[in-house]
Design a protein around this ligand. Structure first.
Ligand code: SAH
Ligand code: CA
Length: 214
């Protein structure tokens, strides 16, 4: 997933505030026990999310795609005492592990972790969401965007992860495009064409789209 030079990435991480014991433990246990451990946010992106929250001071954050809780804990750490994080995931096999990590973070009372298909859960979750982190199945990115955009107030931000899709978004003429890549291409084009937001695609890790509601 990393296309930035390894030595440069190592240098970036050496100059990014260190992960604490809990984040290192989540990474270790994800690698040891969970399928597709590459999906975890990791050091650089986790700290970036935490800093975004500290800068923006959202009252409510919505995360679509909890996985093992790494990104959620990073974001929750940036919240003020009255802030909350709603985080959704379809994979109930991870529930016990994730609830354990949330408890260990000391932030469980601010984290509303819901299991289910985000497409079905979202219509009944009322906003406003001052910050949204879209990081679930790529095929539904555009749908998630449509389901949340009217619940994000002016000045709120929507972030979407993996929007460079390991570089597969660069398609040669005549090349066959797989479904996930097409979904990411459609999502990026949709955000770029949406007059309701101003946006920038940051080439951090696997690419993060940042869209601010005007
Ligand atoms: N945000 C996490 C990584 C998320 S990985 C981190 O950075 O650490 C993507 C997650 O999306 C997986 O846990 C998967 O179970 C979840 N997911 C996939 N399809 C979903 C759906 N339709 N509804 C809710 N969650 C979904
Ligand atoms: Ca991701």
């Amino acid at each position: 997933m990393e296309f930035i030079d390894e030595a440069l990435l190592a240098y970036c991480e050496e100059h990014t505030s260190q992960e604490d014991a809990l984040l290192l433990k989540i990474t270790r246990e994800t690698q040891a026990k969970v399928l597709m451990p590459r999906m975890i946010s990791g050091h650089l992106q986790g700290k970036m999310l935490e800093l975004f929250v500290k800068m923006l001071q959202p009252k409510t954050i919505l995360e679509i795609g909890t996985y093992t809780g790494y990104s959620g804990i990073c974001m929750a750490r940036g919240l003020s005492k009255s802030g909350k994080l709603i985080t959704l995931d379809i994979n109930d096999e991870l529930e016990t592990m994730v609830r354990g990590f949330f408890k260990e973070s000391g932030l469980a009372s601010q984290i509303d972790y819901r299991l289910g298909n985000a497409l079905e859960l979202l219509p009944s979750i009322s906003g406003p969401f001052d910050m949204v982190f879209i990081d679930a199945d790529k095929i539904n990115y555009a749908k998630y965007y449509d389901l949340v955009i009217d619940k994000v107030p002016s000045g709120g931000i929507i972030l979407a992860d993996n929007v460079l899709w390991s570089g597969k978004i660069l398609v040669n003429p005549g090349q066959k495009i797989d479904k996930d890549t097409q979904a990411i291409l459609d999502f990026n084009a949709k955000v770029q064409a949406d007059p309701r937001v101003e946006n920038a695609l940051f080439p951090i890790r696997d690419g993060v789209m940042v869209a601010r509601k005007i």
